[in-house]
Design a binder for this molecule. Structure first.
Ligand code: PLP
Length: 397
């Protein structure tokens, strides 16, 4: 059994803060600052260029990839780190489209995070081969799975509502129609159990600054099914994805495995912090995370619905259909969230009217949920949110 008292003690929790935004930016693991200092002073400062060999910076993207792999049901050697999630979406889609040259339809859904759709649209324009991107409502995706479909590109957990796609079922349906599937695990990795190998998913991508606590700007990951990893052509054919980067061959030969999805020099300092943060998962079972996450979300929904009748649940009520977040709708949601943050309860707001709360069992417990419900109820009852300062929009919401 996972010891959640022990995992909570690994994180720096600012005084007076109840942090329900680990789905946007995870908390700071206490040892991360020391690791960053040591990396900068001992490795960069003393080793200089020798760090690539002596501190094994070169293997870092694969080494950290293996730590992430365990949490998403992927075998060792099938996940590699680097770049940002937007870039990884582009890479996965470019490779997948090339593997289905006779098909022209890409399906996602209109609940997907905009950058995934923007990247797909940009790639389709660059290819200029007549591909079309379709974005039905999430619940209508299955009706577009047919013989025209080249690639189904979905985010498993909807960033706004927490609605969750059935990965196994949808992957099976798409495969039966001859299509490939890319799963974006931005709100899944570290939040819900994922079984990429068991689902036979073709590609998966995700970020590490959300539930994996890698810090702002932490690198993304990409999974390529081992049989595809031998043949998928990398659209971004950078030198570190080459089979032998230091041969300095003028011709590009991709690495024989997922390492071909590496592009250029990795963010070594940031990845050292992420590698340290991944230690919080030692001894943690995703099944325990899921059980606890559901318990915390249910407690929050019950508390809010009992004390704030003006808030409307925007997430699925059935926990089996929900990720590790809960959203409510309210016209003045932005101001409500600002009032909450002023009281130390940190969640976030997604336009037009959604207030969103992430539940991260590694460091959120039942007392935090109680405290957050109490403060939200007070703010709603007293209309404390209706002050000019809470209506002023910031750049990041
Ligand atoms: C958070 C998130 C992103 C962010 O992409 P970056 O390139 O890391 O900025 C992309 N897609 C989804 C589905 C997300 O939830």
């Amino acid at each position: 059994m996972t010891d959640f008292v022990a995992t909570k003690s690994l994180f720096h929790i600012p005084e007076g803060v109840i942090y329900l935004d680990g789905n946007s930016l995870g908390m700071l693991p206490k040892t991360a600052a020391n690791r960053a200092k040591e990396m900068i002073e001992q490795e960069w400062g003393e080793m200089l260029i020798r760090g690539w060999n002596d501190a094994k910076w070169m293997e870092q993207p694969e080494r950290v990839g293996n730590l992430v792999a365990r949490l998403i049901g992927a075998a060792s050697g099938t996940v590699v780190m680097g770049d940002t999630l937007s870039i990884k979406v582009y890479q996965a889609l470019a490779s997948a489209l090339e593997m289905r040259p006779d098909r022209k339809v890409v399906v996602s859904d209109n609940g997907n995070f905009p950058t995934d759709l923007y990247m797909a649209d940009g790639l389709i324009k660059s290819l200029d081969r007549g591909h079309v991107l379709k974005t039905p409502n999430p619940e209508d995706v299955e009706s577009l799975i047919n013989e025209d479909l080249a690639v189904l590109m979905l985010t498993q957990v909807d960033y706004r509502t927490g609605r969750m796609h059935d990965m196994k079922r949808i992957t099976d349906l798409a495969h039966a129609a001859g299509a490939l599937v890319i799963w974006d695990l931005a709100h899944s990795a570290g939040a819900v159990p994922v079984d990429l190998a068991g689902c036979n998913a073709d590609f998966a991508v995700g970020c590490t600054y959300k539930y994996l606590n890698g810090g702002p700007g932490a690198p993304a990951f990409i999974y390529v099914r081992p049989d595809h990893a031998k043949v998928a052509r990398p659209a971004l054919s950078g030198w570190l994805g080459h089979a032998a980067p230091f041969a300095f061959d003028p011709d590009y030969t991709p690495a024989p495995d997922v390492s071909r999805m590496r592009v250029g020099t990795p963010p070594v300092i940031q990845m050292a912090v992420l590698e340290e943060a991944m230690k919080a998962w030692d001894g943690v079972e995703m099944a325990d995370i899921r059980k606890r996450s559901i318990e915390l979300c249910e407690q929050f929904i019950a508390g809010v619905e009992a004390s704030c009748p003006m808030l409307e649940l925007a997430s699925p009520r059935n926990p089996d259909e929900r990720g590790s977040q809960v959203s409510f709708k309210f016209d003045q949601g932005y101001a409500v969230m600002q009032a909450l943050i002023a009281r130390g309860v940190i969640g976030d707001f997604r336009a037009p009217d959604v207030i969103r709360f992430g539940f991260t069992p590694l460091y959120i417990d039942n007392n935090d949920v109680d405290g957050a419900v109490k403060i939200l109820a007070e703010i709603m009852e007293t209309k404390a949110w209706d002050k000019p300062e809470f209506h002023k929009r910031n750049a990041v919401t």
